[in-house]
Design a protein around this ligand. Structure first.
Ligand code: TXA
Ligand code: MG
Length: 324
């Protein structure tokens, strides 16, 4: 893919970047915290491309960047405390994890199959202009390969992901330079999920004392630790070449079935397409049978993340009630 890095992100560059976003491509955008790897958050395929570009071994949920609280309310149920915090700190370095709105036009992959979504209104004018020009919420993790440090200049982005993005919007160094503070909203209390660019004292002045981070920073809130949040109700049987009597079947490539309770993650064996379909297809099969048999998925590329997700879905779930 081509990389264009104008010294200053002007309106032409933003219009070009917005066209890339609408076409499902990835754009590196400046925010006041760090550069983000932005994709249309309503587009499953574009969100899959984010994980693919970062080489994420599993599907961590992404932060969805919105223009304001009104736009947030199209995709999430914004509880009163979140509304209050947004009024105080948006636009700014604060991300709020709130329940996804039922039926929201938002990729399930953006929130990694969780029932919650992380939302933020960035303060950077270029990020705001890009959201407006694209006319879409932007899913954007930090624009670095998985495991590398977050980029605070366009040059950092180019070093790590230059060949993975359609365009880098260069607006110079990021003002804040560390990622946003992430809060989980739990009723009328807020839990610190990740310390970041907005200091605790400022937040506590508005929200009262924060609940302690869970044991391992934001990890316990991520899909791996909260299996019941994304495991289907049906049992999951992995590496299945054939469905048994009564099982639903999730195929991949040529390992597929023509049946009312069968779907194929990617008839052509494309792992990015499979990732884009994964969460939606699991949900569609979930009510069709007591067990979903799933075809073998290769372990390379996005296959590693898909298999991570599937093995967690297949793991024993002693605490999940039968009627779930
Ligand atoms: O400043 C920032 O936050 C930057 C800029 C680009 O906005 N973005 C960023 O994204 O740091 P990322 O993907 O590198 O970090 C997002 C974090 C992850 O640790 C993820 O686990 C957490 O947000 N997160 C996202 N959605 C979540 C959810 N529904 N529940 C819990 N944690 C969530
Ligand atoms: Mg990051």
């Amino acid at each position: 893919m081509m990389t264009a890095a104008p010294r200053q992100a002007d309106q032409n560059a933003i219009a070009e970047a917005a066209a890339h976003i609408r076409a499902g491509r990835l754009v590196a955008m400046p925010t006041e915290t760090v550069y983000g790897l932005a994709a249309d958050a309503t587009n499953d395929r574009a969100c899959a491309a984010v994980f693919e570009a970062k080489g994420r071994p599993r599907f961590n949920p992404l932060i969805v960047h919105v223009a304001d609280v009104a736009m947030a309310a199209r995709y999430a149920d914004v509880p009163p405390l979140a509304e209050k915090l947004a009024a105080a700190f948006w636009p700014g370095a604060l991300t709020l994890v709130v329940p996804r709105k039922a039926g929201a036009d938002l990729s399930l992959l953006a929130s990694a199959g969780l029932d919650t979504v992380a939302l933020r209104t960035p303060a950077h004018a270029v990020a705001q202009d890009l959201i407006a020009a694209a006319g879409a919420p932007l899913a954007a993790p930090s624009a670095n390969p998985s495991g590398a440090v977050s980029p605070t200049t366009a040059a950092h982005v180019a070093e790590g992901l230059g060949d993975k993005v359609a365009m880098i919007l260069d607006a110079g160094p990021c003002r804040v330079g560390v990622e946003s503070t992430i809060l989980g909203i739990e009723g009328d209390r807020a839990r610190l999920l990740r310390p970041g660019g907005l200091a605790r004292a400022e937040i506590e002045a508005v929200a009262g004392p924060l609940l302690a981070p869970l044991a391992d920073q934001d990890k316990p809130q991520a899909p791996g630790a909260l299996q019941s949040h994304y495991a289907p109700r049906a049992k999951v049987r992995l590496n299945a070449k054939n469905p048994l009597e009564g099982e639903a079947f999730l195929g991949f490539g040529s390992v597929a079935r023509q049946a009312p309770n069968a779907l194929n993650l990617s008839p052509t064996g494309d792992l990015a397409e499979a990732a884009a379909n994964l969460f939606a297809f699991l949900r569609r099969l979930d009510n069709q049978a007591a067990t979903i048999a799933i075809a073998p998925i290769p372990q390379h590329g996005l296959g590693e993340a898909i298999n991570d997700r599937l093995s967690r879905a297949a793991a024993p779930r002693p605490t999940l009630p039968e009627s779930g």
